[in-house]
Design a protein. Structure first.
Length: 397
């Protein structure tokens, strides 16, 4: 088996090669948050491995604590990269604090003669970073598999699976290293065999090579999703734009026929008396009211339901695999939230009227929209703040 110094040298060389390829091939063209944090982690991995080559030399008192500090920052960087997959922001101060803590712990633990100086804290941070990173990857993988466009993201979903397995392996490695370090000590035979520098460097090297192509796919996928989001979402509310929403409505209509028909409903929502808000309090207040309504609708509906802004103060919902009673109950939940909430500035929220039409394979999208719009007109004429269902066609419960 290769000696520890050789393994560290190989890890440093591979890390630098992967860094160069990833930076040029993924980060520069995408500038995605994931690729940015992953680039930082690769820089840390390569630098830490290079600094560890100073062990056993007169520079050990400086290179050893520095290596620990940079390795800790690399693990936190991995966590931050995976957090970005679910649009979660991260603070660079956490990364810097982890590095500073490891540097201080190493400097106070006789680093000139102790190659394991401060490694108890290092292993704890590495365990936490890789465990949190693995959790974020698995959570993202599960989320992507439930999304309607999962077929378009099959490569990224597979890449997430590979990274999740690698992350779990690294998390397990550092949990074991930490336990053996604390309870057995670095001089114990079990630590040397399982958690020593040789086995740890070999596992890091294998995982780095294993995820190289996967992280590239994830970096590009994040950029593609961002571009797709900008093209399909409403800028103000973050809901689907009109074109994207109507496409989802067409899919629901297409799925409502045949042996595997799914019961689906198209809802048009129109905020009551919205114009006076713009006239009396300004368009900014009106925009804020639309955003608050969109948030309330998101909370009341399921993640599988489609919600879009059709224009102005008019919104659309598509609810699939739901009975008529369940649809009306969700709409009542939105009305109740409006009645008991405010716009965040102390003003009561306006009421909303709903027009509901069942999606049927023998009706076009235009006809279904017309049915929902007719029901909406009935709701307005009946006094507003209510939901009406289009009844000129048979409705199945």
């Amino acid at each position: 088996m290769l000696d520890v110094e050789t393994l560290r040298f190989v890890l440093a060389v591979v890390s630098l090669a992967v860094l160069a390829l990833f930076f040029l091939g993924v980060y520069r063209p995408t500038h995605s948050p994931f690729s940015g944090w992953w680039t930082i982690s690769l820089v840390c991995a390569a630098t830490s491995a290079i600094l560890l080559l100073g062990d056993g030399t007169s520079a050990q008192s400086i290179t050893n604590p520095a290596s620990s500090a940079i390795a800790a920052m690399g693990a936190v960087g991995v966590w931050f990269a995976t957090r970005s997959l679910r649009q979660r922001r991260s603070s660079v101060w956490i990364l810097l604090a982890a590095g500073a803590a490891c540097a201080l712990a190493g400097a106070l633990d006789h680093p000139s003669s102790n190659e394991w100086a401060g490694n108890g804290l290092l292993f704890a941070i590495m365990s936490a970073g890789f465990t949190a990173g693995a959790y974020e990857v698995w959570a993202t993988w599960a989320q992507r598999r439930r999304e309607p466009d999962r077929r378009d993201s099959s490569e990224a979903i597979t890449a997430l699976l590979v990274c999740g397995i690698a992350g779990a392996a690294l998390a397990a490695l550092y949990v074991v290293r930490l336990a053996l370090f604390v309870f057995s000590g670095p001089d114990h035979d079990w630590f040397a065999r399982v958690g020593g520098s040789g086995p740890a460097t070999l596992v890091l090297l294998i995982c780095l090579v294993a995820v190289t192509f996967s992280v590239s796919a994830i970096g590009w996928d994040q950029r593609t999703r961002e571009l797709r989001r900008r093209a399909t979402e409403d800028d103000l509310t973050g809901l689907l734009g009109r074109t994207a929403f109507l496409a989802r409505a067409q899919e629901a209509i297409d799925s409502s026929g045949g042996r595997r028909a799914r019961q689906a409903w198209l809802v048009i929502a129109d905020i009551d008396n919205f114009k006076p808000i713009n006239d009396s309090r300004g368009h900014q207040a009106g925009d804020h009211t639309l955003v608050v309504f969109a948030d309330m609708a998101r909370r009341a509906l399921r993640s599988s339901d489609a919600i879009g802004r059709l224009g102005g103060d008019e919104f659309g919902f598509v609810l699939e695999n739901a009975e008529r009673g369940a649809v009306l109950a969700r709409l009542d939940e939105i009305r109740d939230a409006l009645a008991h909430g405010d716009d965040g500035a102390g003003y009561p929220m306006p009421t909303v009227s709903f027009g509901v039409a069942q999606c049927r394979a023998d009706h076009t999208l235009s006809e279904t929209l017309g049915h929902a719009d007719a029901a909406l007109y009935d709701a307005k004429r009946a006094g507003r703040d209510r939901a009406e269902i289009f009844v000129d066609v048979p409705v199945s419960d």
